[in-house]
Every structure is written in C-alpha cells, then in structure tokens.
Ligand binder design. Structure first.
Ligand SMILES: Nc1nc2c(ncn2[C@@H]2O[C@H](COP(=O)(O)OP(=O)(O)O)[C@@H](O)[C@H]2O)c(=O)[nH]1
Ligand SMILES: [Mg+2]
Length: 231
C-alpha cells in the first residue's frame, strides 16, 4: 500500500511540475498573441496530411506555425517544408528518453526555433499515441483530436481520457467508409458517452470533404482567442 501511495505522490509531483511549465509556455504564447492547438491522435490517423490540407487553404490568410513532436525523424516536418512556414522539430528520443508524448518542458525546448511574434496560430502535432499525450498540458489554448474511422467505433470507450480531454474530434478518412464496417452511429454514441456533446467534424484529408468546416472552426477560434490576424 505505501509504495502505491508513494507512486501516486511522485506522479502528482511530475504533473504539478509540468503544469507550472505549461503555464509559463502559455504566458509566452499569450504575450506573442498565439492561438495554440495541441493536436493529438494515434499514429497514422492523419494529422500531418490534415495539416497539409489546412496549410493549402489557410496558409495565405493566417500565419500558421507548426511544432512537430516525434520519437524520431523529421519526416513530418519535411512534408510541410514546401509551405515555407516556421516549423520546429522536437524529437523525444535524444534527450527525452523516447517519450510517447510531448510535455511542457519539451515544448519549451522547441520554442526558440519559432518566431512566436510572427505567428497567429501554432499547431503542435503531438507524438502519435492515444494515451500519454492527454495527460500533459503543454500551454495550449485548445485540444483537438484526429480520429480515423479505420480505428473502430469502440475507441472512445477504451481510451476515455484522450477523448474527454479534447474540445473537437476530427473524424478523418471518411472516404474509406464504404470499405469498412465501422458503425458511425455507435461512434457518435460512444463519443457522447465519454464527452457529451463534444464537437465533431467528419472529414477526409484525402478528398478534402469537411476540411473547409475544420478550417472555419480554426479561423473562428483563432479570432475569438483575440488573435490579431493578418490580412
Ligand atoms: N484514405 C485516406 N487516407 C488518409 C487520410 N488522411 C491520411 N491518410 C493516410 O494515412 C496515412 C497516415 O497519415 P499521416 O498524415 O502521416 O498520419 P499522422 O501519423 O497522424 O500524422 C498516410 O498514408 C496518409 O496518406 C484520409 O482522409 N483518407
Ligand atoms: Mg504525422
């Protein structure tokens, strides 16, 4: 029993320390006028593809910056290079023990690579994982999850913390629905069971279906976050 108690105290201590650093990040973002999104999903749900579609649509309307969190490689950052936007890469393998998530300290570590004063919206692509990222605030204004229909309608029930911690679920890969047996009604019921009424948009980063709706969400939230948009 006592070892359980000790463990709980240690974990709480780690999360408290993280919260303090997240708050410091937040203050930095607020001073620079950044609206910051922590984008989370399991590996392969389509975060980077959706970022590509987003930059194609909003790249000349909003000054978007990206922080890429990965265990290894700069593959995702390389995919976004053609947009000529500020991108910071944070790899968790060297230096951070190969963690399965970004925490506030890792984000802080990546910030000097970004000209925050020249960014309206910062999108942080978290490490692909349905569990760990939800536990760590990084200083974001908003949490958005990309969930692909190929993952199955039961996942909100199996990973409730993640689904509960976000304010928007982007249900991606709608183009694949005709080939799957996933039950969208059940998925919606399961989302409501863990996060009643959570906003959701069905979209396809491949065909572009629903992507405009997501871009409108992003633009209106960036504005209501009192971010001075250019143009
Ligand atoms: N069919 C289909 N494939 C997609 C869609 N979005 C992403 N993908 C594919 O899913 C794979 C993983 O996408 P990626 O953006 O790298 O996912 P991430 O790991 O969440 O960043 C890639 O092969 C993408 O082409 C989609 O809407 N429909
Ligand atoms: Mg990616």
């Amino acid at each position: 029993l006592s070892s359980t108690v000790t463990k709980t105290v240690v974990v709480e201590g780690v999360l408290d320390a993280n919260d303090a650093l997240a708050q410091a990040n937040r203050e930095k973002f607020d001073r620079a006028g950044n609206f910051v999104i922590n984008m989370m999903s399991s590996p392969g749900a389509g975060k980077t593809t959706l970022l590509e579609r987003t930059l194609e649509r909003l790249g000349d309307r909003i000054r978007i910056g990206v922080m890429e969190g990965d265990v290894q490689t700069t593959l995702d950052a390389d995919r976004l290079e053609r947009f000529n936007i500020p991108i910071a890469q944070v790899n968790t393998d060297p230096g951070f023990g190969g963690e399965c998530h970004l925490d506030a300290n890792m984000v802080r570590y990546g910030l000097p690579g970004l000209p925050l004063d020249d960014i309206d919206v910062l999108i942080i692509e978290n490490v692909g994982n349905l569990v760990c990222p939800a536990e760590f605030k990084v200083g974001e204004d908003s949490r958005v999850m990309v969930f692909s229909v190929t993952e199955g309608e039961d996942k909100p029930l199996k990973y409730p913390l993640m689904f509960r911690s976000v304010e928007l679920v982007l249900i991606n890969k709608s183009d694949l629905l005709p080939h799957l047996e996933v039950d969208l009604d059940a998925l919606n019921r399961n989302l409501d069971a863990v996060n009643p009424g959570v906003e959701r948009i069905l979209l396809s980063a491949r065909t572009g279906e629903g992507v405009d709706e997501w871009c409108s969400w992003l633009e209106s939230h960036a504005r209501s976050g009192a971010v001075p948009l250019v143009k």
